[in-house]
Design a protein around this ligand. Structure first.
Ligand code: SF4
Ligand code: SF4
Length: 285
């Protein structure tokens, strides 16, 4: 079973929900797909673990063979190819490794090179008993897409039950992170920003036809009706309300997951029951 925890803007509490959920579920791998700023390992006070370096395609131009036709520059959606004195060069940081230039060049003037994009880390068994996988983009690297795909693929190849903690936003990276999952929880806050970002996420999950529930964080602050209106419009249920509390704040500060407290465990009960229900229904199909 594959679960996604997402939430539009950063700081809504995705990682808080993901880490606490993983502790209670135990037999799920937790995969941090927030490749630009992974932080599950920090919340769990764990090491990242073993490292696998990841690379992607980078064009290398054979300037002898190049006819300066500029077909490669035209096809490059990332604006990564530039010409100097009629010869092509690549902005390494902008190249997403899509290989479109390689396929379009009729003169075999493009060779395969590679660039380092970041790492996949695997901590096989953290102290709470589950594996933690983390995608971590190289500092200064602009394109997280390939690393996200590689991290997700690694997880899907190694684990049956997975919680994917997505990055912030509602763009390509989140779209790809959520694709083909069984169940999605959109974490939001009762604010106008929360409302706007929740709509964007629900548009994605609707498009991908994913069963989605909303988790309302800091539910005792702001205006809950803002979120209720969106949920009504998209026909999704608020499955969990997490109040802003001193106890939760302390759990962050002390890197001691909230569900280790009896009140935290109780709060997440409904969520856990729902997940187990869906899991059982999926496995009996
Ligand atoms: S497509 Fe090939 S031949 Fe044309 S400019 Fe690019 S590298 Fe040179
Ligand atoms: S691999 Fe893709 S992104 Fe990189 S230079 Fe070629 S066309 Fe552009």
């Amino acid at each position: 079973m594959k679960i996604g925890i997402t939430g539009g803007k950063g700081g809504t509490g995705k990682s808080f929900v993901s880490t606490n959920l993983a502790i209670l579920l135990k037999n799920f791998a937790l995969v941090d797909l927030d490749v630009e700023a992974p932080n599950d390992y920090i919340l769990l006070n764990e090491d990242l673990g073993e490292k696998i370096e990841e690379y992607t395609f980078l064009p290398k131009f054979d300037l002898e063979k190049c006819t300066s036709c500029k077909a490669c520059q035209k096809v490059c959606q990332d604006g990564a190819i530039y010409f100097k004195k009629e010869k092509p060069y690549v902005f390494k940081e902008l190249c997403s490794g899509c290989k479109a230039c390689l396929f379009v060049c009729k003169f075999n003037a493009i060779l395969e090179d590679k660039k380092y994009i970041g790492d996949i880390y695997i901590n096989k068994k953290i102290k709470y008993g589950f594996p933690l996988v983390t995608g971590k983009l190289k500092e200064g690297e602009e394109k997280g897409f390939k690393l996200l795909l590689k991290t997700k693929k690694y997880a899907l190849n190694h684990f049956k039950n997975i919680i994917f903690d997505t990055g912030a936003g509602a763009g390509n990276l989140v779209f790809k992170a959520l694709e083909d999952l069984d169940l999605v929880f959109a974490v939001t806050e009762p604010t106008p920003f929360g409302k706007r970002d929740l709509k964007r996420i629900l548009d994605i999950t609707k498009y991908l036809n994913l069963k989605t529930y909303v988790i309302l964080n800091k539910s005792n602050l702001g205006n809950k009706n803002l979120i209720k209106e969106v949920c009504k419009k998209y026909n999704v249920e608020i499955i969990l309300e997490i109040p802003y509390s001193k106890e939760i704040l302390e759990s962050y500060i002390n890197q001691k997951p909230y569900v280790l407290n009896p009140s935290g465990k109780k709060l997440f009960e409904k969520l856990i029951n729902l997940i187990l229900e869906v899991k059982n229904a999926n496995s009996s199909r």
